[in-house]
Design a protein around this ligand. Sequence first.
Ligand SMILES: [Zn+2]
Length: 274
Amino acid sequence: MLATLKEVLEIANQRGTAIPHFNIDNIAGIEAVMEAADTENYPVILSIGQGAINAGNLWYLADAVQRAANDSKVPVVLHLDHGVSYEQTVVCLRAGFTSVMYDGSHHPFEENVRESLAVIRSAHAVGVSVECELGAIGGVEDGMSHDHLNLVDVGEVERFCAQVNCDALAIGIGNAHGLYKGTPHFDFDRLTACRKLDTPPLVLHGGSGTPDEMLRKAIELGIRKINVATELRMAYMEGLEASVGQRDFYKMCKQAKDNITAVARQKIRLFQGL
Ligand SMILES: [Zn+2]
């Protein structure tokens, strides 16, 4: 069934777990993640990012996710990842999304507040959740590169949350998009300091390639949603590569899809502490 981000984060809060956010780029990705979510009987966030949108797939994927959600018993969030403008979030409201992220973290603080409030006003009017971001997350997200490792300013988190009634807040604690060069270092003290404030559920981007123990600790300290994109794409490509020699189209597609399901299942279990 379709659910909002706010609803699934409440489930995570009650259970002390995190909800997996998986970026999907095609029908195989949707089917693969739903197979994992249905098998594990756990809520899931199917997210459409800027790469999929730039490929022209926003409406087509949005329709497909809604069909998949209607066919499933688990709560499924149809989410926009790193929304680039107020206008883009409005398109998603019309396309049936149940959650949108507006990423104003690259703008000056006051502009981030102002634009986030505009998105929230429109989204909440139609019952759609909103995720905002502070402390731009490093790495490469759908071709957008941010070299510096940005750690969120705890004082800014306090000031932002006092003004902006978002449903989830993405913070930078040393996490980065894409695959890490070496082992990532998360600033858990910073996360703990943020958790002492009056904030909505805190969420972590850049879950791919992070050691399981670090993700477990982040969840223990209160992270309620973790984004995984690169690991799914790598699994998909490796599945295609491993089976390309057979020259059997459907076998290649199945291997690639099964690879995504395996990664998604592992993350769903990990994020529940299993
Ligand atoms: Zn992200």
